[in-house]
Design a protein around this ligand. Sequence first.
Ligand SMILES: *Cc1c(COP(=O)(O)O)cnc(C)c1O
Length: 410
Amino acid sequence: MNTPLPHSPLDYFPIKNDCLLVGGVPLTEFAARVGSTPFYAYERRLISERIQHLRTHLPSEIYIHYALKANPMPALAGHIAPLVDGLDVASLGELRVALDTGTPPESISFAGPGKSDAELAASLAAGITINMESEGEMERIAHLAEKQGRRPRVAVRVNPNFELKTSGMKMAGGPKPFGVDAERVPAMLARINTLDLDFQGFHIFSGSQNLRAEAIIEAQERTFTLALELARSAPTPVRLLNIGGGFGIPYFPGNKPLDLRPIADNLAASLPKLQRQIPEAEVTLELGRYLVGEAGIYVCEIIDRKISRGHVFLITNGGLHHHLAASGNFGQVIRKNYPVVVGNRIQGSTREIASVVGPLCTPLDLLADRMELAQAEAGDLIVVFQSGAYGRSASPLGFLSHPVPAEVLV
Ligand SMILES: *Cc1c(COP(=O)(O)O)cnc(C)c1O
């Protein structure tokens, strides 16, 4: 089943009688079942299908991890955990969610600059792998481990000397708070040996939200070269090689879904060499938004329809405080509209150009800027697609003290 991914969110969420179906149920009924708007809804089926799509294409030797920060909803994590090979966490809160899923500690890793002593101590006690972000953090881990009488599982997060090109968010190359500069890693590996830490391997994450297969392939190739070079200084065989992810999803008009095939072909070609040189290494992809982003929608309700100097504004009970990314304020350089529809009248009888805004007293509170939509009125439901990742948990929920949105997994 070598099928490419669909291009439009409406290929994921079917329509019946001009109304979006969520979990097979018309949105209006679904909203009644949730009991209040706004809310986020995530479909289990779409998450499972996405992971199956990866398994179908990628070489079977590749491990797939889910990066919980994309969406840490406990029920969603519980659904994903048995479908993937491990979970990556970035805080004590996420660690608790990960452990609650029943994932074995040896399949959980913790990355993030600025881990507190409490977070490190809990990670040691749980027996997960800590991706060390600095020499200072290594010394603190060794100190805490001695106090606890444990031998911690550690990996070195490397700040590579390259970055994932045309990435949505640059997180590697040049001076960075993430990871240890590649040129300093050999000295750190020597120190790991004297500190008697249980060395697992390397974590090399070079960027996020990329839709260009060639860019991802290039970063993976450079990651392999760097890992093999560093492996020569490793105190014990490399058992873990986390090569990051960076797989993007199409948010904006003109974006095309990532083509997995060339990435899979290149991995299949590169793995034999890697397996000869570091035969014990589990080569791992860590993916966040690619697994969950397209499986989620954000739904809010129109409170008022108003016309200001000829321009239609649909004023909703949801907005930037619930969905910062869709408002364009989560790292975007130029604001673009997420895919938005009127969920209970997708085509409608008349179309119009309208802006969808929230209730906040700031012009930043914009969910759709001058988009063509079905003509809508108070009580209609606005749907923002591509909202399964970096939605609720990446938003300033306290801003203006409105109620927080519900979250449901269906
Ligand atoms: C945020 C993050 C991810 C997930 O990124 P996505 O773009 O959601 O796939 C993976 N690894 C690390 C280290 C991260 O910080």
